[in-house]
Design a protein around this ligand. Structure first.
Ligand SMILES: Cc1ncc(COP(=O)(O)O)c(C=O)c1O
Length: 444
């Protein structure tokens, strides 16, 4: 029996079949916002408007949109070698990219590839467990995350993550996971510029967790150095250093999830460089390819890879990997964007612009409903008082208002999070904060 042929070209552009991720589908489909083109700092919408990108897409387009060098590199790669398996085979781009990345991150000597931040997190958690076993510490199976942490949407990531909506309907999750308290403290730290003064002592909660479970059962701690998706929660001064010291004391691996802080967001290559704290593993994605081809990666610190190299040479050392690990087009995009970051000095540029950005964020002090303003590097957050009985409604209205006025912002709960491409100009920064200020005045 042959199926009826379907004329795909004749089908209308029906919005219904696409189940949109992390989206209020019914609301969106009643009043869609489609982006149809992008260049440098701007999107074009389906209704012909120009929208300034205040969020680098989803924290990923650090070098700005539609960079010719990346497009050409990907096109050339696809024309030459479209796909190569990464299991028991290789292609030059994967090795070139790994060399460049490890040159950029001298404490880390190997890179494991996947396709997203979520997969990078799950890969890092698995490497942590396998590493502990490889060094004779196989009883270390517990993983410690943090309240309000976001580590993507895999079962590992939501287990160590701490955002209730992302967890509550998905069952018991991974066993043997515990959580540090989050560091958000509006009472003590509201409206501080840069890093909060208070809260380093919250890292000591790891001592309590160790006392409860015993260090011999704990494999790793994972945190975002700056928590992004939960609304830009900055680490109190000294907090990350304390975490590092406690992990060292007990032989616990420290993983920094740098999916948003990687590739220049803080005005340094990674948060590890910015804070001067070296974790054992770093997860990244997003800015790794400027968002254009899905790719994630895990950097491992010197010594971790070697611990896996004990079995006979013909054995697979780590039973983990993806069909698209180190996909050739993604590697080509990664190599091209690393060139752009370097040639245009975008990480340094972010550091130079950070004070102007900070002034922009804090210019909103006193604006209606604003209960906190936060900034670090080229990240900003505006926290709004939630509307009585209707959490998230106020921020979502601000989002729609800004979109109408030609600026793309991102909201999470009642927090507006900002993270422009690192090619942003001062005039764009002015436009972002003028627009948000005007819109907030109109939102009740
Ligand atoms: C810190 C962090 N980890 C992991 C992820 C998940 O990345 P992805 O959406 O690529 O799976 C994100 C995404 O925003 C993130 O911010």
């Amino acid at each position: 029996m042959t199926a009826n042929p379907v004329d795909f070209d004749a089908s209308p552009n029906n919005l219904e079949p696409f189940w949109m991720p992390f989206t209020a589908n019914r609301q969106f489909k009643k009043a869609p916002r489609l982006l149809v083109a992008a260049k440098d700092m701007h999107y074009q919408s389906h209704d012909g408007r120009t929208i300034l990108d205040g969020t680098a897409g989803l924290w990923c387009v650090n070098a700005g949109h539609a960079r010719k060098e990346i497009t050409e590199a990907v096109a050339a790669q696809l024309g030459k070698l479209d796909y190569a398996p990464a299991f028991q085979m290789g292609h030059p781009g994967a090795f070139q990219l790994s060399n460049k990345l490890t040159q950029m991150m001298p404490d880390f000597d190997h890179v494991f590839y996947c396709n997203s931040g979520s997969e990078a997190v799950d890969s890092a958690l698995k490497i942590a467990l396998a590493y502990q076993r490889a060094i004779g510490q196989g009883a270390r199976t517990r993983l410690i995350g943090r309240e309000r942490g976001y580590h993507g949407v895999g079962f590992g990531g939501i287990s160590v993550g701490g955002i209730v909506s992302n967890r509550k309907v998905f069952g018991p999750l991974l066993a043997g996971v515990d959580h540090l308290p989050h560091t958000h403290d509006l009472k003590r730290n509201a409206f501080v510029r840069g890093l909060p003064e208070h809260g380093a002592e919250l890292a000591d909660q790891l001592e309590r967790i160790v006392a409860l479970h015993d260090a011999s059962t704990i494999a790793a701690v994972i945190v975002e150095p700056v928590a992004g998706s939960t609304g830009v929660l900055l680490p109190p001064k000294g907090y990350l250093q304390k975490l590092r010291a406690i992990c060292d004391k007990y032989g616990i691996l420290l993983i920094f999830d740098e999916v948003i802080t990687g590739f220049g967001r803080l005005g340094a290559s990674f948060a590890t460089e910015y804070f001067g704290v070296v974790p054992d593993m770093i997860t990244c994605a997003k800015g790794l390819t400027n968002g254009v081809i899905p790719m994630g990666a895990v950097f491992v610190r010197k010594g971790i890879y070697e611990a896996f190299m004990n079995a006979p040479e013909n054995t697979i050392e780590l039973f983990h990997g993806y069909t698209y690990s180190a996909n050739p087009a993604a590697c080509a995009a990664g190599l091209a964007v690393l060139d752009i970051y370097k040639r245009e000095g975008l990480f340094e540029r972010a550091a130079e612009l950070a004070p102007y950005w900070e002034a922009g964020v804090h210019s909103l002090k006193g604006t209606k409903n604003v209960i906190d303003l936060r900034n670090l590097g080229m990240i900003g957050a505006i926290e709004l008082e939630p509307r009585e009985g209707k959490p998230t409604a106020r921020a979502f209205e601000a989002f729609l208002g800004c979109y109408e006025k030609g600026v793309l912002i991102r909201t999470t709960g009642d927090i507006i999070a900002l993270s422009p491409p690192l090619i942003v100009q001062k005039t764009h920064i002015d436009q972002i904060f003028d627009t948000i200020g005007k819109v907030l005045k109109t939102v009740n």
